[in-house]
Design a protein around this ligand. Structure first.
Ligand code: IPM
Ligand code: MN
Length: 401
């Protein structure tokens, strides 16, 4: 495992951190790597419920994680942080200055959802999310899109047979590089500019991850297919960034001759997602394109209530962060009515990432069983069960099977 020997926690987003391969500074090793060696089966999880319905959905994720720990004889310890818009109203910032230092001690982070435009403008509140993704080099945003039997979707072509793909979204740079400014913004000739940054390293690493994932999915399916990866591009119009991205994709593809490749321009991809969802297996996309197509993906899988996500630092140098991809839906907050499945599925991804593969797969089986039985459903599914009733039903199924 590659480990940073020195980490400089400097300015907020876009922080610089140095690395050296000089092995003589072992005492400066990241504390996580030491704890990993001591206690493999005790996971310290930071929980940031955030805003709106975040508290309710996080409670179902931790309920699930506790049940998994009981059943599979590992330990989970949770620490909850009250960062979010209410914290901002009190302190003038979304979390403390040293939040990355605090979080870096944990094995994983679970995040409910952030944002409440009635309290703090979104482009300010959401910086905490981007700060963690970038600060912990969570360069893969993994978003599985699978339609479970028994879930309704507004898209007619979507069936459990046709919808089973995963989007690998670049998560630290690209269009989200937070680089830009204003010139005379209030004047008639004012303007804003915002620059994308596509680094070779940033493109290569997320693409390699996607290719490896396609290979793994191919192997898991059996047969002789090593998977298909679709490059989500816009090289026809973005004549520097996406042309560069495409050229790096083609270069990485040569390292994986067994994986089939395809390319779709992002606009056309939204059409193909609807017209032929069965075509897709692994999709690799830049930060913004990945953001956009996964909201459409959520509809393929039945709605935002089902869409889980992980912000992954594959080398495990830093903790990864798991979150449902839905927003904080402030108008539903405290009503105990939203669907907790996206959150529970994100907890499932968290365990999978920590190596608790069997627990993760049993969680998925329990989710699928409760959905297929069709008796317990939240409002978005046409039912009248509460958030906690759905969470309890899934835990009960998980413990019983
Ligand atoms: C997401 C969200 C975020 C993003 C926002 C809240 C900054 O839409 O996780 O998909 O754009 O990444
Ligand atoms: Mn989004």
């Amino acid at each position: 495992m590659e480990r940073p020997l020195f980490v400089a926690w400097s300015a907020v987003i876009g922080r610089a951190w140095g690395k050296t391969n000089n092995g003589t500074f072992d005492n400066l090793l990241h504390p996580r790597s030491q704890r990993d060696q001591n206690s493999m089966n005790n996971y310290n999880i930071a929980v940031i419920p955030g805003d709106g319905v975040g508290t309710e959905v996080s409670a179902e994720a931790t309920r699930m994680l506790r049940a998994a720990a009981d059943k599979f004889a590992f330990k989970t310890e949770f620490e909850t942080f009250d960062w979010g818009c209410d914290y901002y109203l009190e302190h003038g910032q979304m979390g403390p200055d040293n939040l990355l230092d605090v979080l870096k001690e944990f094995d994983s982070i679970f995040l409910g959802c952030i944002g409440d435009a009635g309290k703090v403008p979104d482009h300010i509140s959401l910086t905490i999310l981007l700060q963690i993704r970038k600060g912990f080099d969570q360069y893969v945003n993994l978003r599985p899109i699978q339609l479970y039997p028994g879930v309704d979707t507004p898209i007619r072509t979507a069936t459990p047979e046709t919808v089973n793909m995963i989007v690998v979204r670049e998560n630290t740079e690209g269009e989200y590089s937070a680089n830009g400014g204003y010139f005379k913004p209030d004047q008639p000739d004012g303007f804003a500019n915002q620059m994308s940054v596509f680094t070779r390293k940033g493109c290569e690493r997320v693409m390699r991850y996607a290719f490896e994932l396609a290979r793994k999915r191919g192997e898991a399916r059996g047969g002789d297919s090593a998977g298909l990866i679709t490059n989500c591009s816009k090289g026809n119009a973005l004549n520097y960034s996406m042309v560069y991205w495409d050229s790096i994709f083609n270069q990485i593809a040569e390292e994986f001759p067994d994986v089939k490749t395809d390319m779709a321009l992002v606009d056309a991809m939204t059409m193909w997602f609807v017209k032929n969802p069965q075509f897709f297996d692994v999709v690799v996309a830049s930060n913004l394109f990945g953001d956009i197509i996964t909201d459409l993906g959520a509809m393929l899988q039945g709605g935002m209530g089902f869409a889980a996500g992980g912000n992954i630092n594959p080398e495990k140098i830093f903790p990864s962060m798991f979150e449902p991809i839905h927003g904080s839906a402030p108008k539903y907050a405290g009503k105990n009515i939203v669907n907790p499945i996206a959150s529970i599925e994100s907890a499932r991804m968290l365990l999978d990432h920590l190596g608790e593969k069997e627990a993760a797969s049993q969680i998925q089986a329990a989710v699928m069983k409760v959905i297929a039985d069709g008796k317990i459903r939240t409002k978005d599914m046409g039912g009248s069960n509460t958030t906690s009733e759905v969470g309890e039903a899934i835990v009960k199924e998980f413990l019983a099977s």
